[in-house]
Design a protein around this ligand. Structure first.
Ligand SMILES: O=P(O)(O)OC[C@H]1O[C@](O)(COP(=O)(O)O)[C@@H](O)[C@@H]1O
Ligand SMILES: [Mg+2]
Ligand SMILES: [Mg+2]
Length: 335
């Protein structure tokens, strides 16, 4: 990329947010290079600490966080809230925006060469940090992610559809690949960490049981399962070929609201999905209408093809006796 060409050039990016998106793209190129060096480069996967959510902090979590914070300090971002920092930090006193970020999502995959990513969310800033981030997800100005996979791609929405830009290794710039992504409405794939089956609530167990029952069960068709352990990778797959993702609340201590954090994971992913004509709920109610109570507060997350997400909500609405019934007696809409 010559110094003249911008890292991302598109009239589809609102002018007021372009400098922030450019900063995210420039840092993402450096993060992609660090990841691409793998074990030839600095060690990325060893634990260097613990974040406020009690997760082990990998070296790359912290490296990426430092890189994004430093670059965004030069933009109009006033508050910077990160998975890797206890509290939001003041970057630019005069900044107009509040940015929340999961600098490195899918950390358990860093050392096994599986796709990982960065998730971000942008709001109009308010005076204080809490009021800037603890607000309904539908107030986001922008939401998106960068996935570091076989291709490095930026998927972003500003409220007028979901766009995909791909990093062209030949030019070193992100180029528009899709102007309006739409989630395919039919798919036979579901994504859930099935090892937690015994901890799930009855509606979620019933929904998965009925998928597993295949053609012999009430769904009368067979399904396939995927679980990458990287939210951005699952999101990208579902945006591209449909399906449903579930990280529900479960009975484990600390998982009363699932594992994913509202401010820098659920809210931006919900925004991207809804703008691609999909659906994102906590199992029953839209994520976009909800606000986190604390910066690292969690929310159960179910998203994907609208009909599938609606079906999960219907399981939550079933009377207790019907949920517990063996599959086949459920009064659910057929199809
Ligand atoms: O290991 P589990 O319980 O299956 O959870 C996997 C989920 O955890 C996450 O890795 C959490 O994100 P971080 O890696 O940023 O902490 C998601 O990307 C992924 O969907
Ligand atoms: Mg994450
Ligand atoms: Mg993370």
């Amino acid at each position: 990329m010559t110094s003249k060409t911008k890292v991302i050039q598109s009239d589809l990016i609102p002018a007021n947010l372009a400098p922030i998106i450019e900063a995210l793209c420039l840092v993402s190129k450096d993060v992609a290079k660090i990841i691409a060096k793998g074990s030839l480069g600095q060690s990325l996967a060893h634990q260097v600490g613990e974040n406020s959510d009690g997760d082990g902090q990998k070296a790359l979590d912290v490296i990426a966080d430092d890189m994004f914070a430093a670059a965004l300090k030069e933009t109009s971002v006033r508050w910077y809230a990160s998975e890797e920092q206890e509290d939001a930090i003041l970057l630019n006193e005069a900044g107009k925006y509040a940015l929340a970020i999961d600098p490195l999502d899918g950390s358990s995959n860093i050392d096994v060469n599986v796709s990982i990513g960065t998730i971000f969310s942008i709001y109009e800033t308010k005076e204080g940090a809490e009021e800037s981030f603890l607000r309904p997800a539908k107030e986001q100005l922008a939401g998106g992610y960068i996935v570091y996979g076989p291709a490095t791609a930026l998927v972003v929405t500003f409220g007028n559809g979901t766009m995909q830009f791909v990093l062209d290794p030949d030019t070193g710039a992100y180029a528009l690949a899709e102007k309006a992504m739409e989630i395919p409405q039919t798919s036979k794939e579901f994504a859930i960490n099935a090892s937690n089956y015994r901890h799930w609530t009855k509606p979620v167990r019933a929904y998965i049981d009925d998928c597993l029952a295949g053609v012999e069960g009430p769904r009368e068709k067979n399904f396939n399962m995927r679980w990458v352990g990287s939210l951005v990778a699952e999101t990208h797959r579902i945006l591209t070929r449909g399906g449903i993702f579930l990280y529900p609340r479960d009975g484990r201590k600390g998982y009363e609201n699932g594992r994913l954090r509202m401010v820098y994971e659920c809210a931006p992913i919900a925004f991207v999905i809804e703008q691609a004509k999909g659906r994102a709920t906590d199992g029953s109610d839209p994520i976009m209408n909800q606000a986190a109570e604390t910066l690292h507060g969690r929310a159960p997350l179910v998203f994907g093809s609208a009909e599938k997400v609606d079906r999960v909500a219907a399981y939550h609405d079933l009377p207790e006796e019907e949920v517990s019934a063996l599959f086949g007696q459920r009064g659910l809409f057929r199809g």
